[in-house]
Structures are given as C-alpha cells and as structure tokens.
Design a protein around this ligand. Structure first.
Ligand code: AMP
Ligand code: MG
Length: 487
C-alpha cells in the first residue's frame, strides 16, 4: 500500500518538534480499519491484507515516506499551567493531501515513548483505543468537526494500568495537531519569533484567506474563537461532554480532539460529569461554554506577541474579541437549538424558549437524545414516545404548547419540520452502557458487539426497526457512569 506523504510540518517547522520512533510491536493484529476514511484521504487500501495494515498502523513497519516526529506543546490542565507536555504517547507519521486538496495528519497513538513521555509508558490499552475510534466516528457521522480514526491494531503486548490490559495503537487523522497548547509552549519558552512562525504556518495550512488580513494573527484569533463557539454548541446539542477541556486538548482547526473520559449524557442534567478525575465538575456539561471562553483567553495571551508585532493597537482588539465570546456563543447556541427544534427563522423570545426547555429537561431528567426525536414524532401526531419519556401526565405541557405555537407562527408543513429535525437530532449515539459492553467483549477477544455498535453510530439519523436496542438510555441498574482518562 502506498501513502503519498507530503510532510509540510517536518519540512518547514524544524525546531517545533522532535524526531521520534515507534516501539515495534512483535505481534500486531488488525482490529479495525476505516476503508471509507482511507478512500476520503486518497489512500488505496484495497488489496492490502490485514497483516500488512496491522504492521503499517502499529509502528511495526514504517510506511515509506513517513517522517515520524513528536510535537512539543504545553497546556493548562484543570486551570494549572504545565509548561512541558507534548506527544508523550503519539507519533506523527506525516501528512497526506486528500483528492479534494485538504491536508491531513496521520498519527499513531499508543506507539511507545518519546522525549515527551515523562513517566508514562507511551502505550495505550485496547479499551481507550476502541472507545476513541467509536466516539470519534460517531461524532463525524453526526457532522461534528472531529479527528477521525483510520485504524485500531492490537499490539499483542500487555499494558499495565490499574491492572494489565491488552495493548493497542490507534491511527488518528486530523486536520492538524496544532493546539492552543502548542502556541503556549512556544510563547512560554521561545517568544515572539516562534509564535509568529507557528501562527503563519497555522494560517497557511488552515485559513489561507486570513493571510491577507491587516493583522493575520488577530484574524486567526477571531477565526479560532468562531470555530470553538460552533464546536462547543454542536457538542452540547448532542449531549456530549468532552471531560478534559484543557488547552492542550483544543485544536486550532476547530476539530474535537483527544477523546479521553468523554461521554454522552442520557438523563439530562447541566451538572453532569463523567470523568473520574474531574472532582469539582470543572468540565461539567453546562460549564463547557465558560471553559471554552477561558481557553480562548489563554490562546489570545499566547498569540499576543504576534498580534502586537504587527500593530500594538490590536492588543485592545484581541481583548475585545475575547470579551465578546459569551455573546458570540449565545448566538451560535440559539441557531443550533432552533435547528434542533425545527424552527426556521430567529424570533424574539427564542432565547427564553430555549432556556426554559433546558430548565424543564433538568426538572424531569428526560433522556436528552430521545427527547428531540419524541418532539418530531409529536409533530407527526404521535405522542407515544413523548409520553414514555415523560411519565408525569402534563409534564412540559406549557413548554410544548409554546413551541408548537412558535412553529405554527412560522407556517410551513409539520411533516417537513419533523424531517428537518430528524436530520439533525441523532437517534443512535454511543450510549454508555452499549460502549462499555462492546469494549468488555473486545477486550475478551470478541469484536462483534463493537463492530455492530460502530455500524449504528455511523448512521445516527435514520430510524431502523432492527436497531431498537441501540436507541434507548441505559437501564436503571446500569447505575452512575464514571469514565477514566483514556491512557
Ligand atoms: P491527555 O490526557 O491525553 O490530554 O494527555 C496529557 C499529556 O500526558 C500529553 O502530553 C500526553 O502525551 C501525556 N500522556 C498521557 N498518557 C501517557 C502515557 N501513557 N505515556 C506517556 N505520555 C502520556
Ligand atoms: Mg491531550
């Protein structure tokens, strides 16, 4: 198999990375390969056997043309600055330019230690690898910007965590791996010249149109803020909680990155937290916009030397952009929620209607994903799903009446509205109980439940009678759900 690598970061950004090598697993075995994604990248994998794929996407064999390297980055972790993080268990193999001209990184995750590993082993266990594969592919299918999963390979080795697990390597595909933390690293250790070079590279790669702006670095800040507002609104609209919104986990491209203790909420509550290490709920569902705002302030700080170098007066403008994040987010959020509710145009009272909906969902602890599908069924004249979700008779009656009135006021056809809602409100998401069962089976050697779940979450919108078991929340006895950082 040929991968037409074209490694711009390696070629032009010397001093911003460390060359690195993969540990070579002795008995790699292919667990999953994403043929659709390979095709999208212009990689022809047809005719390549599983054994060769397993070697190429585990580090056992270096694909020709790869220039493996580890990226340096810093980051605020739970509010505290760590000046030196970096790819401690990841290896950038290189970049490919897809047939449509879009450039992608291809990275191995769990491929052994690098100079940034600190005390870590650089490895990954099969559970977190298959979890990231499943959840990132689910996000992609829902249309949420995200890194993707190209392959999962078992290494044949054991990885020691709280107990020993089978080891695995994930091949991750991203628009790039440049993070807010990458800017922070070079701002903290090297100063303006490096920040300018990194910013210029990010602009040329991701937003070439910004190079023409009077102050391109300021324009980069504005664009990254826009992308973060859209991303976090999109996450929240599907009940997604990232779990570790540290600045090293914020990609400049606007993609979701670093799937660790993330999960989707069943029963709605704004204070939902799944991560075992998030004791104070810093990254709870409802705090994600505030944290994104905080992260954008850190990004602005890191970019300031570059912004200032072009025009010192633009420092004020950068502050204004950061100060405007909550308003910007609110406007994107209202648009996102209007689409979920089948509303076509903005109208006065929408923010109140939306806020009241969330207060009601909290009050009734309704299944978040199921609720929006029940609303579209209601528009079709079928209220069975809603009644099943809200057993208290008359629950939410006044909110539902207000929403219906709002739809009627716009005019238009109810059936069409219901269709439009079903095209943005997923029915099949990676439900926590299903994910856990699939990962347990995979760890025991049976990939069938994981492959079946993957297939459903790759088709999130259209209802299928034979997938009924994938559509509902966890049974009561599943209990409170806790996730662990995906190492
Ligand atoms: P994360 O929690 O995935 O955002 O990772 C935070 C930092 O810890 C990054 O610099 C990772 O490369 C590093 N890290 C996490 N797990 C390991 C590991 N098993 N070995 C080495 N470094 C790791
Ligand atoms: Mg990370």
């Amino acid at each position: 198999m040929q991968i037409a690598f074209d490694n711009s970061f390696h070629a032009t950004m010397e001093g911003f990375y460390a060359p690195a090598e993969a540990a070579r697993p002795s008995a790699p075995r292919l667990l999953a390969f994403n043929h659709a994604l390979a095709a999208r990248l212009g990689i022809d994998a047809t005719g390549t056997g599983d054994d060769e794929l397993a070697r190429l996407f585990s580090g056992a064999e270096l694909p020709p043309g790869a220039d493996p390297l580890a990226l340096a980055y810093a980051g605020h972790q739970f509010g505290h600055f760590s000046p030196q993080l970096g790819d401690g268990r990841a290896l950038l193999l290189g970049e490919v330019v897809a047939p449509d001209g879009v450039r992608f990184d291809i990275q191995l995750k769990g491929s052994g230690p690098t100079m940034f590993s600190r005390n870590g082993d650089g490895k990954a266990a099969i559970g977190p690898v298959l979890r990231e594969y499943l959840v990132s592919e689910a996000m992609a299918a829902m249309g949420v910007p995200t890194t993707r999963a190209l392959a999962a390979v078992a290494t044949g080795e054991r990885v020691q965590r709280e107990r020993a697990h089978p080891g695995a390597v994930l091949t991750r595909v991203a628009r790039s791996h440049i993070r807010v933390g990458t800017f922070q690293f070079f701002a903290a250790h090297f100063g303006a010249e490096h920040v300018i070079r990194l910013s210029d590279y990010a602009i040329a790669r991701h937003f070439p149109e910004l190079a023409e702006a009077a102050n391109a670095h300021l324009a980069l800040l504005e664009r990254v803020i826009d992308l973060q507002c859209s991303l976090i609104a999109h996450w929240m609209s599907v009940g997604f909680i990232h779990g570790v919104m540290n600045t090293d986990n914020v990609a400049i491209s606007g993609e979701t990155i670093d799937y660790g203790p993330c999960a989707f909420m069943d029963r709605f509550s704004v204070s939902t937290v799944f991560s075992s290490i998030d004791a104070h709920g810093r990254y709870a569902y409802g705090r994600q916009p505030q944290i994104m705002h905080w992260n954008m302030a850190r990004f602005a700080e890191a970019l300031l030397p570059a912004i200032h170098a072009v025009d010192p007066a633009d420092v004020e403008r950068a502050k204004e952009l950061v100060a405007a994040v909550p308003d910007r987010f609110r406007s994107v959020w209202d648009d996102t929620m209007r689409a979920k509710l089948g509303l076509g145009e903005a109208a006065g009272g929408d923010p109140e209607l939306i806020d009241e909906l969330f207060a009601e969902l909290e009050r009734h602890g309704a299944d978040f994903t199921g609720f929006f599908r029940a609303l579209s069924m209601l528009l079709r004249g079928d209220r069975a799903a809603l009644d099943a979700l809200l057993p208290d008779e008359g629950a939410m009656a006044s909110w539902i009446a207000a929403w219906r009135a709002r739809i009627e006021a716009e005019g238009g056809d109810f059936a069409e509205r219901a269709e439009a809602m079903d095209a943005v409100n997923p029915l099949y998401i990676p439900r926590n109980h299903l994910v856990e069962a699939a990962l347990a089976a995979a760890e025991a050697g049976d990939m069938t439940p994981w492959l079946r779940l993957l297939e459903t979450v790759q088709h999130p919108f259209a209802a299928r009678a034979d997938w009924a078991e994938f559509a509902g929340p966890a049974p009561e006895d599943f209990g409170p759900y806790t996730t662990f950082c995906g190492t």
